[in-house]
Ligand binder design. Structure first.
Ligand SMILES: Cc1cc2nc3c(=O)[nH]c(=O)nc-3n(C[C@H](O)[C@H](O)[C@H](O)COP(=O)(O)O)c2cc1C
Ligand code: SF4
Length: 436
């Protein structure tokens, strides 16, 4: 397309039967594994540290540093757990990666497990996506048959087993400690920390939990070197990442580019907003990251740039909404999601998300008064930072940011006695508009 894109993870997605071992090996697949197995495990960790790779699951924690926290003097087994739950509204990068080139992930799992000296790894996939589970399981089976997994991998004496685990389908199970609870067969609710998973994670043993894209980036770092990876991106946000564009854009999809690219550039690559319409608001990293507007088109999409603009890079799930969209209705939808997905462990989130929905739903119908906006912000204030995990913090983000940027639109619902938008004009809400 243009030289702005850096297709590495997505480079072979269009190849004939790209998900097979044959197609992956034809592109040099598992070459990085051979290289890694010739290195000392500690040197693999150093390479990932030097590359500057930061977790692609949302928080951006340095991956190599996380691995170095695994206490090697602890006699217990070490585990690698891949977080393939991907349930954040708008986030849709890990599933396509696992469908198109699952061996990139499997190769990454083997190299990463070798680095932290784990002999068992788990890939925890959201239960609803049976097609993805089957595809990853098939890739794992192929890797065993080819000697990339199992006993004495490549004749090096290193053993590794990989278990593909189907989750039961709950957004909270993407939170790493709730995921561990689920993996151990319990109800998926977050754990109190400390102890951190690096010290006492799965089965109370040292555990690394990483996102699919983080682990899938490892083979390319080993193959091309830490410097190559660090030459892309920005000073503190190195490398490339998958940017998922969805919503009112002409060509939605996955755009792999260096961190620091702007939304303006990405919209350009995606052919622009749909004809005759303009951008109104967008999420930089899924619905739990504060909304931004067209004023932020030139914000560098890296951890620092988006943070400085008052939001978070999150999972680079760029959901774009044009001027036909009622921001209040979109925010209500997301809030209903968070209320539904609250695991119920702590009161501010369990009760608070319920109250957020009540207050927002009334405002959306044009009921209440201007003081309800302050009530809504007060409810957010009583949830943010006062809950057990980040699910609840995320639930407040779209509300407080939409009031910050679109207070007038909230008020217009009150003066209009309901939604001032014609839902039929919006492709996103057309179905609901028809039945209303
Ligand atoms: C409610 C909630 C849901 C999450 N869902 C996911 C998810 O689906 N995938 C993911 O990789 N991380 C998710 N995370 C972040 C994980 O807790 C964790 O930070 C991440 O898996 C670490 O991987 P990384 O360092 O490679 O980014 C979620 C966090 C929260 C609070
Ligand atoms: S913040 Fe919500 S999802 Fe997280 S532990 Fe509390 S109730 Fe559960």
């Amino acid at each position: 397309m243009t030289d702005v894109l850096t297709p590495v993870l997505t480079n072979n997605w269009g190849d004939e039967r790209s998900w097979t071992l044959e197609a992956y090996e034809a592109q040099g697949g598992y070459g990085a594994l051979t290289k890694a197995l010739a290195m000392a495990p500690g040197d693999v960790i150093t390479a990932v540290k030097d590359s500057g790779l930061r977790g692609r699951g949302g928080a951006g924690f340095p991956t190599g540093m996380k691995w170095s926290f695994i206490p090697q003097d602890n006699p217990k087994p070490k585990y690698l757990v891949v977080n393939a739950d991907e349930s954040e509204p708008g986030t849709c990068k890990d599933m396509p990666l696992m469908m198109a080139t699952p061996h990139t992930l499997v190769e990454g799992v083997i190299i990463s497990s070798y680095a932290i000296r784990a002999h068992t790894a788990f890939i925890y996939i959201r239960g609803e996506v049976l097609h993805v589970i089957r595809r990853v399981q098939a890739a794992v089976t192929e890797a065993y048959a080819a000697g990339h997994l199992g006993k004495d991998i490549h004749g090096t004496g290193y053993d590794l087993d990989v278990v593909v685990h189907a989750g039961a389908g709950a957004y909270i199970c993407g939170e790493e400690t709730a995921l561990l609870e689920g993996l151990e067969g319990r109800r998926g609710q977050p754990r109190l920390r400390p102890p951190f998973p690096a010290v006492a994670g799965l089965y109370a043993s040292p555990t690394v939990i990483n996102n699919v894209e983080s682990i899938a980036s490892v083979p390319s770092i080993i193959e091309h070197g830490a410097e190559w990876f660090a030459s892309m991106g920005t000073e503190k946000s190195k490398g490339y990442g998958i940017f998922s564009l969805s919503g009112h854009v002409k060509t939605p999809g996955q755009y792999e580019a260096p961190l620091g690219i702007t939304l303006r550039e990405l919209i350009d690559l995606a052919g622009g907003m749909r004809d005759g319409h303009e951008l109104k608001f967008w999420t930089p990293g899924g619905s739990s990251t504060p909304l931004l507007t067209k004023e932020h088109l030139d914000v560098p999409l890296d951890f620092e740039g988006v943070g400085a603009a008052g939001s978070m890079l999150g999972t680079r799930a760029l959901q774009l909404f044009d001027e036909t969209t009622c921001v209040l209705r979109a925010v209500l939808r997301w809030t209903e999601f968070y209320k539904h997905e609250s695991c119920g462990k702590c009161t501010p989130c369990r009760e608070g998300t319920w109250w957020l929905v009540q207050t927002l739903a009334a405002l959306e119908k044009g009921q209440g008064s201007e003081s309800d906006l302050e009530l809504l912000l007060d409810q957010c204030d009583n949830i943010l930072g006062r809950s057990f995990c980040a699910l609840a913090d995320g639930a407040t983000s779209p509300i407080s940011s939409s009031i910050q940027y679109f207070r007038d639109e909230y008020l217009a619902h009150l003066t209009h006695g309901g939604c001032p938008f014609d839902p039929a004009a919006s492709t996103l809400f057309a179905a609901e508009g028809a039945s209303a």
